[in-house]
Design a protein around this ligand. Structure first.
Ligand SMILES: Nc1ncnc2c1ncn2[C@@H]1O[C@H](COP(=O)(O)OP(=O)(O)O)[C@@H](O)[C@H]1O
Ligand SMILES: O=P(O)(O)OC[C@H](O)CO
Length: 496
């Protein structure tokens, strides 16, 4: 019987999703399960790795059940994941030794300060492409080794394994047989040398991380192994793997140098394909591996914004001034402007291009007339302003003048935000028909490896546009608004 589908496992920051795609790249079935966000202290964020695995598996089974898909209908599984989030587990029992330390967690800021004081900034930038920050996995691994009793000793004896979420899922899908990560995920650890394509000895030594806990780094599109038989009743090939932002770049078909996408989820991540060149940023962007495919490595420039859609969840869950994320569009549209209000959602510091681990959130410009709608509108606008900060850096670093921005992710459903984004950038914003491009990218990577799709050319025919937003704002107004934002951001810096 011929295989009909590819199953993408999209393990995100707030939910585990599984999506089944057909040969046209259309969504045939999906399932999503939220899981617990654990905040042990201000600025600390953890996930339970077992809950991650269980929700991911449950969503995969549910997506299959909804369409009565048999495991034999599935040509391959592609995995895509929240990046940097760090898990250490016991190799013999498969039990995590601590909760996963999430990418947003700031607990290792002091380890990062120490690295900077020791003069590692240039070395780390040149060799890992990254800027020293608590965001990345390296200092999180060190924290677990140093702070969880008995773990360092076990690690040195070879009884502990480290993985980002991709590794953790593959380990569980294969019942402890396979310990791997792909190039795109490895490039987010701050311990991987993206030029030499190997774990970096000098950084490992400085952070005191034993190399034997690290996974083997592999291509993003290849047959890795099968799921173990009892899991779905039959083995299914696992054949694609990439960090979620790189996967979205692939899913948006940004295969050529200079092509850019921006994903609006919990955070906002803009990536530009730079081909086989690792471009170094002079403006606060990261150099990262886009993917390893056909025995080649391609690179990307990345602007990482830590808080985007999460600020809308904050309006809903903490301020309780909206009931649903989608309501933000209605309330924002009820006012002409923000009445001079700016919201800087630096809840977990600021990422690109500012890189300030000690920035914190702020609401500025309040006057007696400021109301709920202004705050909601200012929160949505902050997502667009942060994107503008990043795009400015990208244009300077690449020399490429952007005329179109391809967008995806949950918050792109918001038409007010998309129009404001186009207005403030003065570029066209294109929203595709399938905005689940993260999962789609993983499906493409998996499908290409098993011959479900023959070539990138074949999948390129699948992309179609849902709506194009065109700029409609005077330059003077654009400048005024953006200058106000820049002032507000400065006020939020170096606070904690
Ligand atoms: N209509 C909307 N307007 C603004 N934000 C939205 C809207 N719908 C969803 N969001 C935001 O998008 C995020 C969810 O997008 P998603 O791509 O699923 O994120 P992730 O993969 O990071 O979990 C949430 O933070 C949510 O607040
Ligand atoms: O889970 P998301 O979509 O918020 O993505 C998280 C990023 O991979 C963090 O680098």
């Amino acid at each position: 019987m011929s295989k009909k589908y590819i199953l993408a496992l999209d393990q995100g920051t707030t939910s585990s999703r599984s999506i089944i795609f057909d040969r046209n790249g259309s969504i045939i079935s999906s399932s999503q399960k939220e899981f617990t966000q654990i905040y042990p202290q201000p600025g600390w964020i953890e996930h339970n790795p077992v809950e991650i695995w269980e929700t991911q598996l449950a969503s995969a089974k549910e997506a299959m059940k909804k369409i009565n898909a048999d495991p034999s209908d599935i040509a391959g599984i592609g995995i895509t994941n929240q990046r940097e989030t760090t898990v250490l587990w016991d190799k013999n029992t498969g039990v995590p030794v601590y909760n996963a330390i999430v990418w947003q967690c700031r607990r290792t800021a002091d380890i990062c300060d120490d690295l900077k004081e020791k003069g590692y900034s240039d070395y780390i930038k040149e060799n890992t492409g990254l800027i020293i920050d608590a965001y990345f996995s390296g200092t999180k691994i060190k924290w677990i080794l140093d702070n969880v009793e008995g773990v360092r000793e076990k690690a040195e004896n070879g009884d502990i394994l480290f993985g980002t979420i991709d590794s953790w899922l593959v380990w569980n899908l294969t019942k402890g047989k396979v310990h791997i990560t792909d190039y795109s995920n490895a490039s987010r650890t701050m311990i991987y040398n993206i030029k030499d394509l190997k774990w970096d000895d000098r950084i490992l030594k400085e952070l005191d991380i034993p190399e034997l806990i690290l996974p083997k780094v592999v291509q993003s599109s290849m047959f890795y192994d099968n799921t173990y038989k009892e899991l779905f009743g039959e083995e299914i090939p696992i054949s694609g793997m990439a960090g979620d932002q790189q996967s979205a770049l692939f899913g948006q078909l940004c295969f050529q140098e200079g092509m850019v996408k921006n994903t609006y989820g919990t955070g906002c991540f803009m990536l530009m394909n730079t081909g086989e060149k690792a471009v170094t940023s002079n403006n606060g962007l990261l150099t990262t591996i886009a993917w390893g495919i056909d025995n080649k490595i391609e690179y990307a420039l990345e602007g990482s914004i830590f808080v985007a859609g999460a600020s809308i969840q904050w309006l809903r869950d903490e301020l309780k001034i909206i009931n649903d994320a989608a309501d933000s569009e209605y309330f924002a549209s009820k006012v002409e402007d923000t009445n001079g209000v700016y919201v800087v959602p630096a809840f977990t510091g600021l990422g690109a291009p500012h890189w300030d681990m000690y920035a914190r959130g702020a609401i500025l410009g309040l006057t007696r007339g400021a109301n709920r709608n202004h705050i909601i509108r200012a929160t949505l606008e902050s997502i667009a302003y942060q994107t503008k900060d990043v795009i400015g850096s990208m244009i300077e670093d690449s020399g490429i003048n952007l005329t179109v921005l391809k967008v995806d992710g949950g918050a792109t459903a918001n038409n007010f935000l998309m129009q404001f984004q186009s207005d403030i950038l003065d570029v066209n914003v294109e929203r595709p028909e399938v905005t689940e491009t993260t999962a789609l990218g993983a499906a493409y990577l998996a499908g290409l490896a098993v011959g479900f799709w023959k070539s990138k050319g074949e999948i390129s025919q699948n992309w179609s546009i849902n709506r194009k937003f065109k700029p409609d704002m005077r330059q003077q107004k654009r400048d005024e608004l953006y200058n106000g934002w820049k002032k507000a951001v400065e006020r939020s810096k170096n606070y904690a």
